[in-house]
Design a protein. Sequence first.
Length: 160
Amino acid sequence: LRLDPGTAHPRLALSEDLRQVRWAEAWQRPWAGHSPKRFDSSRCLLAREGFRSGRHYWEVLLEGSPPGVAWALGVAKESLSRKGRLRMMPEAGIWALGRCGDVCQALTCPSSKLPLAVPPEAVGILLDCQAGQVHFYDAPRGVLIFSYPPESFRGEKIFP
């Protein structure tokens, strides 16, 4: 997957190959915050490619993520509002897993704390568009971390 710089919050720095992202101390694209595709308040971005059908799996490497650093990853509906603060939950069109400090959780309402002994070094994400499900795995260990219950995506494009 390649990340879409056109959706990235202005303080997210992307690698040249568009496969890595990090938080930057300074705005990376201060002139670019007014695009309707761009997240302006929430520190988010989407991948370039979205999916309407099929099963898709990819992994996100988190090694080198310092302890205490917060992150969230998952999928979002194309129609997700990108302006203002986002509610990170399925009801808002986001299915995600996150970490803040030492706590890993599924971003549900209320959030679902996950009993992980060690935060994963890589997270595998399986999106099944027909079943309307998103599954998260501890990729190196091959262990299921969390599955969201089936949801109807109603043919809408879903973006990593």
